[in-house]
Design a protein around this ligand. Structure first.
Ligand SMILES: C[S@@+](CC[C@H](N)C(=O)[O-])C[C@H]1O[C@@H](n2cnc3c(N)ncnc32)[C@H](O)[C@@H]1O
Length: 306
């Protein structure tokens, strides 16, 4: 490196260290950041720390030359994460003790009231409600799905929490409903639906490893009204469901078969089908179903059997 280049890069290191120092001082001085209700602010601070220090876990994690600054940043990150863990644990204790996630509901409501529009933002982006629910459920990621997927089967992708809350509100899901997630993945949709509404919930998932994670979570939270069945949705017993959910879990002939099984069910009782993602277009073409609003692949669409 030439002398001129090294002087320029040293100057930018000093400027960088100065900015990071100021940023850390701001975080250290803000004691309210560590209070439980400041989850959103903590998540923003954690993102900012990762951005400022280039992530802490990789080899080239530090962007600052001064290792003391890096140590301070790490210490703040540890405190922020500990405050989040305390919050998640207190919500878990609430659920286990009372069977009712009162704190969680309060949190989800508060976060929703920050979104002025009535319908949730479309698309698959996540927000602080997803962090909260994931911190509370603590679902274990299974190493590898153990079943070779057919091309018609979608890989796992979780529904953002705001869409689950929208589903609950739009179907007026209540304790006497039976909610069925066809292709439930790690199970956070039936888990959250049951916690929030008290309804019986069922997750059908073809990957047995995902079912194991979902069952562990239900057990650890003492949720007795949620069940998970390792099964292909085409073979599932749909006879108890009142509200079915499809987050584009499969397409082609599998979707056709499952929709025709649901149609058979609708001859015995009225049912609701909720969909998200591209499968909404196929569901909307079923003449026996009526959409309650204009079908939209980026949001939950609710269909009633007729
Ligand atoms: C897009 S993910 C949706 C996960 C979950 N419903 C959610 O909304 O968070 C689709 C899931 O469907 C599962 N799946 C795919 N084909 C299936 C089938 N034939 N029967 C049951 N589950 C299936 C996949 O393994 C995957 O976990």
């Amino acid at each position: 490196m030439s002398t001129a280049t090294s002087v320029v890069s040293r100057a930018s290191e000093v400027k960088c260290d100065h900015d990071l120092h100021a940023f850390l001082c701001g975080l250290e001085a803000d004691s309210s950041l560590f209070e439980p209700e400041q989850l959103r602010e903590r998540l923003i601070a954690l993102d900012d720390l990762d951005a400022g220090f280039g992530g802490f876990d990789s080899e080239n994690s530090t962007r600052c030359a001064d290792s003391r600054i890096h140590q301070r940043a790490k210490a703040i990150r540890t405190r922020l994460e500990a405050a989040n863990a305390d919050l998640y644990q207190s919500v878990r204790s609430d659920v286990v003790r009372d069977g009712q996630p009162r704190t969680l509901l309060q949190w989800l409501q508060d976060a929703a009231s920050q979104n002025k529009s009535k319908s949730p933002l479309p698309g698959l982006g996540f927000d602080c409600r997803d962090e909260l629910v994931s911190g509370v459920l603590q679902l274990r990621e299974p190493s590898e799905p153990n079943l070779q997927r057919s091309p018609e089967m979608a890989p796992y992708q979780p529904t953002p929490v705001r869409h689950i809350l929208h589903l609950i509100a739009a179907t007026a899901l209540a304790e006497d409903d039976v909610f069925v997630d066809l292709g439930s993945g790690l199970g956070h949709v039936p888990l959250l639906v049951s916690m929030v509404t008290g309804a019986e919930s069922l997750g059908i998932e073809v990957q047995a490893a995902y079912i194991a994670s979902a069952r562990e979570c239900a057990q650890s939270l003492h949720l007795s009204r949620v069940r998970f069945i390792p099964q292909d949705a085409r073979e599932a017993d749909l006879s108890s469901g009142t509200v079915f959910y499809l987050y584009s879990p499969f397409n082609g002939s599998i979707l056709t078969d499952v929709l025709s099984a649901l149609r058979m069910e609708s001859r015995r009782r009225s049912i609701k089908i909720c969909s998200l993602g591209p499968c909404t277009r196929t569901v909307a073409n079923e003449a026996w179903l009526k959409a309650s609003a204009l079908p939209d692949t980026g949001r939950i669409t609710v269909f009633d059997s007729q």
